[in-house]
Design a protein around this ligand. Structure first.
Ligand code: B12
Ligand code: SF4
Length: 623
């Protein structure tokens, strides 16, 4: 059986760190690989021929040699997952859907896939494989019991192009003992953490070592959910690292009560954990209690953060605004806390209600859910929750302004100073080899520092503790994170105002004028459509004979429109002459930088002749 597994392309978000990947991290295309697919591949019968395509780093094949196609996805990937399922299914392939969103909302996949796998796959996937070989596959495989992680195989890391990722995912546990009201983790994985054995993790690390990996992200929901098991793992990891000369740089997710356990912190350091992602959510105790995040109220938050820093462990953190207790004062409170705590990777989201969570049920009963509003990513300029302590407009405006203040050069530099004052020298082992580190430094200098002129250079110089040279890479890394987030804010948090829409519409007129000749012959149609979360969408429909001049001018005009407005561009191509293919490729190269906002729709006849990299552009399929 030939199985193709696909991870659909993510829409861009803070988490994409696009600026960092494009400018400063040589050779990297995405932050983490799809570990769920590598695990699924390892659960297949030995004689199956399995391959993985991650659309975040490579294009999806349009006519793959496969008997079966499995497509995963989180909520944010659902629309792309649906498009791919439909595309392949319409072409006669048997398709299977799975992953986070199918696990939480299997009902959303009705009619989209031949089979849906909901929940952890360790037990149900081998059953599906047997059934499909016998021609008896069912429509739904739903794991409703408890999977022991000791039965989870070493993922097929060999099927992933690991050098293209910033760090590689590995999982020790699933589940979390807490009960935050907005959390879907405990709905999907339960409140009793389940773990692998340390030796199992050791085998996975051996596999990664063989593939030259150095940076590993333990993607646990809460690595310290079961503290005795976590300590056993960390002791094992510390010994493993000693034996292998601190080969790995680790990061993970954990709850804030980590700060209250010095033994645990010491072990994190001994195992060379350089960073931890913590859901801090809010400096306001009333909001924490409202959301049942009691574990964050047991100690002063700033003291907790600084305690963790004193072990040489950096903090990435999640914050939420829009709790019922939050008024317009909340923005200043968050800004003060994040600045004092020196947290650079501050993922601030709006409160959103994910289906099946207790928060969703409560707000639904209160009539406070905004219908037809996407709730898959909470770091966008919208939410499906009607706030209580301020108006919806105040919430969005305050959210945007908070980001603009936090991520200007002064905000970035102040946080670095506040953190590095407390952060202890990191434990042994670096994430990068020396030549890699030098290349990053050089690129940061050109694309980050020089691009910001003398004022940024001065801020940078003052933010670095030159007398503690081991911390200099930390300061550079924080600048890269800060500038990356700022780049996203500038491109995505621009309010969609009437002048912005007008500016985008102006381009329609420019295109109409520039291409009047082709429009008259019927070779081209140009149009503009309103869009909900953008300045609009410009569309070029290529229908007949065009010439080189057209492609050159189209490239110039469209590049300008993408650079100067937040508009989307659609290129619908029904006709493209063989002799124009190289002009087409040149046009795409020119637009690649803005690929996230460029949709390309190819006619069925052109699909196999005209190459479009779907990891760069949004490749749409006509029904
Ligand atoms: C690592 C991770 C990331 C990584 C990316 C990982 C990647 N490339 O795939 C990063 C940090 C980039 C990331 C980002 C985001 N993430 Co995330 N992430 C995770 C995390 C912590 C681990 C995922 C993982 O690797 N698990 C380990 C593997 C082994 O398990 P698994 O994926 O569940 O797969 C199992 C089954 O689902 C099944 N399976 C998986 N795929 C398939 C496919 C088929 C065909 C089949 C049959 C079965 C199957 O088999 C596996 C073995 O049992 C999860 C939490 C979690 N526990 O899942 C959140 C999680 C998936 N993320 C989530 C969210 C919301 C986001 C963000 C939107 C963040 C935000 N704003 O809130 C962003 C989106 C990024 C973007 N660009 O838009 C949610 C998704 C909610 C949902 N139900 O859809 C989760 C569940 C966390 C949460 N509750 O908040 N994330
Ligand atoms: S600590 Fe994190 S994973 Fe655990 S319940 Fe709260 S939000 Fe969910």
């Amino acid at each position: 059986m030939r199985l193709l597994l696909i991870n659909p392309r993510f829409p861009e978000s803070f988490w994409s760190f696009k600026w960092a990947l494009d400018t400063t991290l040589p050779g990297k295309r995405a932050i983490n690989p799809p570990l769920g697919l590598a695990t699924l591949a390892a659960l297949c019968p030995a004689d199956w021929d399995v391959s993985i395509v991650d659309e975040n780093i490579q294009s999806v094949p349009l006519a793959p040699e496969a008997d079966l196609i499995g497509i995963c996805g989180m909520g944010v990937q659902f629309s792309r997952q649906r498009e791919l399922l439909t595309y392949y299914r319409n072409r006669g392939y048997r398709v299977v859907a799975g992953g986070s969103y199918a696990s939480l909302c299997p009902e959303r996949y009705d009619g989209l896939a031949d089979t849906v796998v909901a929940g952890e796959a360790e037990y149900v996937w081998p059953r599906f494989c047997r059934d499909v070989e016998r021609g008896e596959a069912q429509a739904l495989y739903h794991e409703t019991g408890t999977v022991s992680l000791e039965d989870s195989p070493v993922p097929r890391f060999d099927l992933l192009d690991l050098p293209r990722y910033q760090s590689v995912s590995l999982q020790f546990s699933r589940g979390c003992p807490f009960r935050c009201e907005f959390c879907d983790i405990i709905v999907m994985f339960g409140r009793k953490p389940r773990t692998k054995t340390p030796a199992q993790v050791g085998r996975e690390l051996d596999a990664l070592r063989r593939q030259g990996v150095r940076s590993v992200f333990f993607v646990d929901d809460n690595l310290i959910g079961n503290k005795p098991a976590a300590k056993e793992l960390l002791r094992y990891l510390a010994a493993y690292q000693r034996e292998h000369r601190y080969r790995f740089h680790f990061g993970t997710e954990a709850s804030l009560n980590l700060a209250q356990d010095p033994d645990l912190l010491e072990l994190f350091r001994a195992a060379n954990f350089g960073w931890v992602f913590i859901g801090i959510e809010s400096p306001d105790e009333a909001s924490l209690k409202e959301t049942l995040k009691f574990q964050n109220t047991r100690q002063d938050l700033l003291t907790s953060v600084r305690t963790i820093y004193t072990y040489g462990i950096d903090i990435f953190a999640g914050f939420i605004i829009g709790f019922d207790h939050d008024t317009t004062e909340a923005f200043a409170g968050q800004q003060r806390f994040i600045t004092d705590a020196g947290i650079q990777a501050a993922m601030i989201g709006l409160l959103q209600a994910t289906p099946k969570t207790p928060l969703y049920a409560r707000l639904e009963a209160d009539g406070r859910l905004i219908p037809d509003t996407d709730s898959s990513d909470n770091v966008k300029l919208w939410t499906n929750v009607m706030p209580k302590g301020m108006t919806y407009g105040q919430l969005l405006a305050g959210y945007r302004d908070l980001h603009l203040r936090l991520f200007d050069d002064r905000g970035i530099a102040t946080r670095i100073r506040n953190k590095l004052r407390v952060l202890r020298r990191p434990a042994a082992g670096h994430r990068y080899r020396v030549p890699e580190a030098l290349a990053i430094g050089r690129r940061f200098l050109t694309h980050g520092l020089m691009a910001g002129g003398i004022p940024r250079l001065l801020r940078f110089v003052r933010s670095v503790p030159w007398w503690r040279p081991r911390l200099v890479p930390h300061a550079v890394a924080d600048w890269i994170v800060g500038l990356s987030m700022r780049d996203y804010i500038e491109r995505h948090f621009e309010p969609v105002s009437e002048p912005a829409r007008r500016a985008a519409r102006d381009y329609l007129q420019r295109l109409e004028r520039a291409f009047a000749r082709y429009r008259q012959t019927g070779a081209l149609e140009v149009s503009f459509a309103e869009a909900r979360h953008a300045a609009g969408s410009l569309s070029l429909h290529l229908k007949g004979w065009l010439d080189r001049g057209f492609f050159v001018r189209a490239g110039r005009h469209l590049e300008e429109a993408l650079r100067d407005t937040s508009a989307f561009v659609t290129l619908r191509v029904d006709a493209l002459h063989e002799t124009h293919l190289r002009h087409w490729r040149r046009l795409l190269r020119r637009l690649a930088r803005y690929g996230d906002r460029v949709e390309i729709v190819l006619s069925e006849a052109l699909r196999h002749r005209v190459a479009v990299d779907s990891s760069v552009f949004t490749l749409r399929f006509d029904p």
